[in-house]
Design a protein around this ligand. Structure first.
Ligand SMILES: C[S@@+](CC[C@H](N)C(=O)[O-])C[C@H]1O[C@@H](n2cnc3c(N)ncnc32)[C@H](O)[C@@H]1O
Length: 388
């Protein structure tokens, strides 16, 4: 039995050395943790170089940790044959399947490789949990317990944090910023800072980018708390400042974030981003209150928009649609999509603007916006006013 386990581990070590490693799964768990099911191992690029990304899959949650190769191999050696009794190793040369029976018998099979090439590490990143649940700031913000477990009531927030970081990472990779080694990010209306911390942690620690992040909020208490936790986490380039989004003196910014900044505070934030020529503007609007009272239902929609819920949705669609057209008019490519499923939060639309230098037919966009406003009797839209 030991011989097959050793051979399996040797193949794992060899694949790391030869850079043929794709991924590995350990299963058939018979250890002491009643909830642990699997251990998934992949490669991830970090500031310190390539690391083994261990994803521990429990019945109701996942936890993750990165290890250097030596430590990772040591752990695999400890758990294989003691806690996990099967292993599936994928390399670009072979697939290896190890099975260890109860009576000590074992089998190791080699088969043709399922994967012909190693995955790009960016691809890996997209599919994984982006944020380590053991991070101090998650404990301090009440997302995780001292043991690094996600609190039951914070599961939605946890999903949102990971989804946001995944989206941001992917947007960054596809943008003109992709090769930048220094980034300046401002989070407008940062609140308690869950997403601000996760953004900093991701770029600084997972991606190894020299990032400066500033969170802006009007609430002194949250600004103070954020700075305390940033200091305790030794996140030296993360800072929270007291201020109003519209008044904030935004100088240099690569990525402007505004998540759930209430009502027209989203317009103020988008305007700040456009003015400062941010390469990426990422907004998840909420509390769309400006347009709804202005809508004069067109005759043909009267029977539909007399229902409050329909009018509310229409107002949201129009507000975010107009914002998106205004971003396009200002030289941004836009995407509007669902950020996280409504099952996890009702505040779930995301508007993304990526700056480009192509010529824009502003007249066409102006006429489109004007036609929509006239059709619905809308007199004013905050972002449009700011841009005029
Ligand atoms: C719903 S919270 C969202 C917090 C965080 N961005 C998130 O998504 O978890 C909205 C935050 O925006 C802040 N805020 C709203 N309007 C603002 C303004 N004009 N200037 C600065 N902060 C503002 C509020 O104080 C609040 O903390």
């Amino acid at each position: 039995m030991i011989e097959n386990i050793e051979k399996f581990i040797a193949e794992f070590a060899r694949s790391l050395h030869k850079e043929t490693f794709v991924k590995m799964t350990l299963g058939n768990y018979r250890g002491n943790d009643a909830h642990l099911q699997k251990l998934l191992v992949r490669l991830v690029e970090t500031r310190k170089g390539k690391r083994l990304f261990f994803l521990y899959r429990y019945d109701t949650r996942d936890t993750a940790k990165n290890f250097d190769f030596t430590k990772g191999l040591k752990i695999i050696r400890q758990v294989l044959g003691n806690d996990f009794f099967s292993g599936h190793l994928f390399t670009t040369e072979n697939d290896f399947q190890l099975d260890v029976g109860k009576k000590g018998k074992s089998r190791l099979n080699a088969a043709k490789p399922t994967f012909k090439a190693t995955p790009t590490l960016e691809h890996n990143r997209e599919k994984q949990i982006q944020v380590s649940p053991n991070s101090f700031y998650l404990k301090a913000l009440g997302i995780t317990t001292d043991g690094g477990e996600i609190r039951a009531k914070q599961q939605d927030k946890w999903k949102q944090i990971n989804k946001f970081v995944e989206i941001l990472g992917s947007l960054f990779d596809k943008s003109a910023l992709a090769d930048k080694k220094q980034l300046r990010i401002v989070d407008m209306g940062s609140g308690k800072g869950y997403l601000t911390f996760a953004t900093y942690d991701y770029f600084k620690n997972t991606r190894g980018i020299d990032v400066k992040v500033i969170g802006v909020d009007t609430k002194d208490q949250l600004v103070g708390l954020g700075n305390d936790i940033a200091e305790a986490s030794e996140f030296n380039d993360l800072q929270f400042v007291h201020g109003y989004i519209g008044d904030y003196d935004l100088q240099d910014v690569d990525i402007l974030i505004a998540l759930h900044a209430c009502n027209t505070a989203t317009d103020d934030a988008i305007f700040q981003g456009i003015k400062a020529e941010a390469d990426l503007i990422v907004a998840a609007p909420c509390c769309h209150q400006e347009i709804r009272p202005q809508i004069k239902s067109p005759e043909m929609f009267r029977g539909i928009l007399r229902h409050g819920v329909m009018l509310e949705r229409e107002a949201e669609t129009l507000t975010d649609g107009i914002r998106s057209l205004l971003l396009e008019k200002s030289g941004y490519l836009t995407k509007l999509f669902e950020f996280v499923s409504t099952e996890h939060t009702p505040k779930n639309n995301m508007i993304v603007g990526t700056r480009h230098k192509k010529k824009v037919d502003t007249d066409v966009l102006t006429s489109q916006i004007q036609a929509i406003k006239e059709f619905y009797g809308i007199k004013e839209q905050r972002l449009e006013n700011l841009l005029t």
